[in-house]
Each structure stands twice: as structure tokens, then as C-alpha cells.
Design a protein around this ligand. Structure first.
Ligand code: FES
Ligand SMILES: [Fe+2]
Length: 440
């Protein structure tokens, strides 16, 4: 096979539609340097990640998760504000798993150290000899302090700002990118006009491969053609698009127009690093639906995906309940995940064994946003090196069962949802009918 070096990224005009390349040619994009373009993305792998929907964080409940394999905990402090701490007790390194949370005070299960909402230990005398701390209390209190990352809520999501290092004092944490980048209103969406459904799934596969999948519109027709309820997305239809790419410091956006009717838009995909993708059609203020996909790198071959589907149609609550719209929508999400999962697992395996390289892509016109993504990813991984403090302890990952709380085997979620549909259908229709028949 012939290797072709095509240096198309040197082009000044980012909106140029790529010409189709020779079949089978391998395109290497190594020579492209993002710094050459003043508009390129300046957000790396450190930044804001939407970890879970706000509704997940219940009062007095600890939510265990991880970022790049670093074990972390989310919870609400005494003022109901969200807090993200290392899942490591500063006393002797136990996990808080099995500990308790009461009105924002977290208690370690090992020796019972209690930590206030602000993160200081409230009962030092419990974990050391009282006479030692009598004279030097402040010094000890400083040492025994929770380590944390910035956390906040926006648009009904809990966001965590993952950075180089956690700190005892949040004021010492630097923020590479503002949270406003991710705010839906700042991206032009009037969220109050929409209603939404969501699902959250923890996959056992590579984080970046899932992002690639969600940036890839070509597979929609082939893999999900029978599932997506849109007559234009169909296995039997071969469509071709013209692609317009916009790159700024904050995002990469790809707009797809039908090739045979360039005035007609098919879809827009907007990637906002590190983990968010927006999918919609047309102008944000006028679009009828918006899909928000969040990708969370839990660890090596572990990734969380939150999909929230906003829509402006079928907003009536009663009607929604009656036709089980939420459940039906979820059924579609699970089916789509199921369709992707085996592919993503095998692809992850192939790339972890280095049988395929991430940035070696058989380039077709529609893959352009994927090329941008890989180029950004490679550069960001080298720059930020988020894994550096974590030794790979595959055999020893005791956290897996705690962290992968949403069964990665999608079937289970699908079955639970199906049972829910049957149960609700019975309660709403069959039971009243039965009662009615008994009465007459
Ligand atoms: S390890 Fe947590 S109190 Fe001792
Ligand atoms: Fe997919």
C-alpha cells in the first residue's frame, strides 16, 4: 500500500472542503503543528468534566468515581454545595468507602477522623495522642486536611475541574479554562425552552475511542440506521456530505451539508474539550433538539458517558407519561450504546496492543473532525500527561466494582428499562381496564 504524506492542514483556509483521496492511501498528519494556527484549541486534557447529573448527588450520599484512575469522591457539603475530594484519608491513606457523610461532615471508616465541609479534621484527638496536639494543634490540623479539586453545578450537571494536582486550599488551584465555555446558554441554547431525558453508562473501553465514535457521523447510517428514528438515517441510503469546519480556541465545529443539496444541513457536531460534544441542527437558538454527550475518562479502559437529549417538541408532561416517552427514549439510547459497545471494545483492545495507532486514519472527507480530534488529543496527552502520577495497577484495581456503578454490560440496563416499560404499561392501561371490566 502506498504511503502518502498529505500536508493538508497547512492550508490557511480551514473551511476548504477536502478533495477525496486515493482509495487505500494512508495519510499521515504528523507534520501538522496546531500552534501554527492562532485559532487552534488551547484547552487540553485538564479542564472541566461533567461527572454526573446533579440529581445523582443525594444528600448524605458519597458518589465514588475516578479521573485518569485517581480515586475521587463527590458529595454535598453542609451548604449543599458540591465538593470533590481525593478518596484518600489524609491520616493513613484509607479510602472513604464504607465511611459516612452527615450534614457535610465526612467520617473515615478506619479511625473515625471527621472532616468538616471546608476539609479540616474536627477531631484530631481521636487519631493522635492528645498531649501531642495540645501545643501544636494548627500544625497538625494543616497536615490532616482533605485534598480537593474544584467542583460546581451548571445546567443540572456536576462539573469537576481536573488539574495537575489536587490541593487542600481550593484557592491554590489554577483553572485553565472557564466553566462558561461549557454553559449551554453561552453556546446559544435557550435551555428553558427544552425538556430533556438522560442516561449514564460506564463503559469498559478507551475514553478517546468513544469520543471518536461520537464524532463519526458515517457509522450512524451503517451501525445505527435501523435504530435512529429518522428516515434520512438509513442503512440502505448512501449519502455524501460537504463539510464545513470551524476551529476556535474553545471548540471544533463541523457542519454537514448534503452534497447534492448544499443548502440543506444534515447536522452539526461541536466538540468542546476535554469531554463534551453537542449535536444539533441549524442555529442553536432555533434548533428543535440538542444532544449533549459528556465523556469522562474514569481510567485506563474505563469511561463514563452521559447522554442528555433536549427537545422542544412533545413537552406535555401528562402526554409524555402516558406514552412512556422517557422510557422509550432510553430504550433507543441503550440500543445505540449496545450497537457501538462491541465495536469499541475490540477497537480498544486492538489499539492497546498497538495493533492500530490512534492517529493513523484512512482519511476520507468526512473524517476531518476526527483528524483534528486525534491531533489535539496526542498533543494534549504529551503536554498534560494526566496519567503520570498513577502507576498502572490493573491487577489491583479494587475500585472497579465501586466506580463502575452503572453496569457496563448494557444489556442489564436495557432489561431494567424494558421491565419498567412493561410495568408502567400494565399500571397505566391494563390495570384500569381490568378494574373497569370487573365493575361492569
Ligand atoms: S486512615 Fe482515616 S482516620 Fe485513620
Ligand atoms: Fe455510535
Amino acid at each position: 500500500m502506498e504511503n502518502k504524506q498529505i500536508n493538508f492542514f497547512k492550508s490557511k483556509d480551514l473551511n476548504t472542503v477536502l478533495k477525496p483521496f486515493e482509495k487505500g492511501s494512508v495519510v499521515k498528519i504528523d507534520s501538522f503543528d496546531f500552534r501554527e494556527n492562532k485559532n487552534d484549541l488551547n484547552i487540553g486534557l485538564f479542564g472541566w468534566y461533567a461527572i454526573c447529573p446533579s440529581t445523582e448527588l443525594k444528600k448524605n450520599k458519597l458518589h465514588y468515581f475516578s479521573l485518569y484512575d485517581e480515586p475521587l469522591v463527590l458529595y454535598r457539603d453542609g451548604n449543599e454545595n458540591v465538593k470533590c475530594i481525593k478518596n484518600i484519608c489524609p491520616h493513613r491513606g484509607a479510602s472513604f468507602f464504607g465511611g459516612t457523610l452527615s450534614n457535610g461532615v465526612i467520617t473515615c471508616p478506619y479511625h473515625g477522623a471527621e472532616f468538616s465541609s471546608e476539609g479540616s479534621c474536627q477531631n484530631l484527638d481521636r487519631i493522635t495522642c492528645s498531649h501531642i496536639i495540645d501545643n501544636n494543634y494548627d500544625n497538625y490540623a494543616k497536615k490532616i486536611h482533605l485534598s480537593q479539586y474544584k467542583a460546581l453545578e451548571k445546567d443540572g450537571y456536576v462539573f469537576v475541574h481536573f488539574s495537575k494536582k489536587s490541593e487542600t486550599d481550593l484557592n491554590n488551584l489554577s483553572e485553565d479554562s472557564p466553566i462558561s465555555n461549557h454553559e449551554l446558554s453561552n453556546n446559544g441554547f435557550l435551555i428553558d425552552d427544552f425538556v430533556s431525558e438522560q442516561v449514564l453508562v460506564d463503559f469498559k473501553c478507551d475514553w478517546s475511542r468513544i469520543i471518536e465514535n461520537h464524532l463519526d457521523i458515517l457509522h450512524l447510517f451503517w451501525v445505527h440506521g435501523d435504530t435512529i428514528p429518522d428516515k434520512d438515517v438509513n442503512k440502505n441510503v448512501l449519502v455524501s456530505f460537504k463539510q464545513k469546519i470551524n476551529v476556535t480556541h474553545k471548540y471544533i465545529e463541523s457542519i454537514y451539508f448534503y452534497k447534492n443539496d448544499p443548502s440543506k444541513e444534515f447536522i452539526r457536531i461541536k466538540y468542546m474539550p476535554p469531554g463534551r460534544i453537542l449535536i444539533y441542527k441549524g442555529n442553536p437558538s432555533a434548533c428543535r433538539y440538542l444532544q449533549v454527550l459528556d465523556h469522562i475518562p474514569l481510567g485506563n479502559n474505563k469511561a463514563r458517558v452521559i447522554v442528555r437529549h433536549y427537545r422542544k417538541f412533545l413537552k406535555n408532561k401528562l402526554l409524555n407519561n402516558l406514552i412512556l416517552f422517557k422510557e422509550t427514549q432510553r430504550k433507543i439510547f441503550y440500543k445505540i450504546f449496545d450497537e457501538d459497545y462491541m465495536i469499541l471494545k475490540t477497537q480498544t483492545y486492538n489499539h492497546k496492543l498497538e495493533l492500530i495507532k490512534k492517529d493513523e486514519i484512512k482519511l476520507l472527507g468526512e473524517d476531518r473532525i476526527i483528524n483534528y480530534f486525534w491531533k489535539w488529543y496526542k498533543k494534549s496527552e504529551e503536554k498534560d500527561n494526566p496519567w503520570k502520577n498513577i502507576n498502572k495497577t490493573e491487577q489491583l484495581n479494587v475500585y472497579d466494582n465501586v466506580i463502575l456503578k452503572y453496569p457496563p454490560e448494557i444489556k442489564k440496563l436495557e432489561i431494567i428499562n424494558n421491565i419498567d416499560i412493561i410495568r408502567k404499561t400494565f399500571v397505566r392501561f391494563a390495570a384500569p381496564l381490568l378494574i373497569f371490566m370487573l365493575i361492569i
